[in-house]
Write a new protein. Structure first.
Length: 226
């Protein structure tokens, strides 16, 4: 029962974070040049989907990827595995705090409190760095004209090795970033907004009654779903 509630709360938390991403990047999601890249981040890096198959793949990712995939993408997949493990750990701890708070509805205030209780600004910073590093890697890979064909040829071996989820991520990521024709502005926008939000979340004082702190808290909470 406890495990089921934790899984349910974690899933709710991920949906909440995905909705927050939609609010924070509504402009990029509607931008002709960046809409697909923003949607890729939303679905593959912020999405609440069932990643159980990908979890199992990450457990054996290093030896399998080295053996199956082109050498150019090994570093990208290693960063993805690192980001996934870090995000899962932080989300699980936040969900545990939400359960301890006995929160039936996940609000911005409850999210902020769970965020601060989980703490670890350095891990949040690492989470942002890895996200941007993966985007940077995907952008770099699009400059290798033969890599797309190499990835296409890897579909069979990847499926045979049980790495089809990673194969899909790489192919969709490659095509998305290639179509963008330069990701520097997009990635800088994401990095700046995520760093600003993270800092604001840690700085917000939920117990203060001063006008300045109340205004700061209200501004932070505007980032979250109603």
């Amino acid at each position: 029962m406890a495990q089921a509630r934790l899984a349910q709360t974690t899933e709710q938390l991920k949906h909440f974070q995905q909705d927050r991403f939609r609010r924070s990047y509504a402009d990029l999601l509607q931008h002709p040049r960046y809409t697909n890249a923003a949607q890729f981040f939303l679905s593959h890096l912020y999405g609440p989907g069932d990643f159980s198959r990908r979890d199992a793949q990450f457990a054996r990712v290093v030896p399998a990827v080295v053996r199956v995939f082109p050498s150019d993408v090994v570093g990208t997949v290693a960063k993805l595995a690192q980001l996934h493990a870090l995000s899962e750990g932080l989300d699980t701890r936040m969900a545990e705090h939400l359960i301890e708070m006995n929160t039936n509805t996940l609000t911005g205030a409850a999210y902020l409190q769970a965020w601060q209780t989980t703490g670890r600004p350095e891990l949040r910073g690492q989470q942002i760095e890895l996200t941007i590093a993966i985007g940077t890697e995907l952008d770099r890979l699009t400059r290798k004209p033969l890599l797309r064909q190499a990835l296409r040829l890897m579909r069979g071996p990847a499926a045979a090795a049980g790495l089809d989820e990673l194969q899909t991520f790489l192919e969709v990521g490659f095509d998305t970033f290639r179509a963008m024709k330069g990701a520097q502005e997009f990635l800088k926008t994401v990095e700046t907004r995520e760093q600003e939000l993270s800092s604001a979340l840690f700085a917000a004082d939920v117990h203060s009654n001063t006008d300045a702190d109340r205004n700061h808290l209200a501004k932070v909470l505007k980032s979250f779903p109603a």
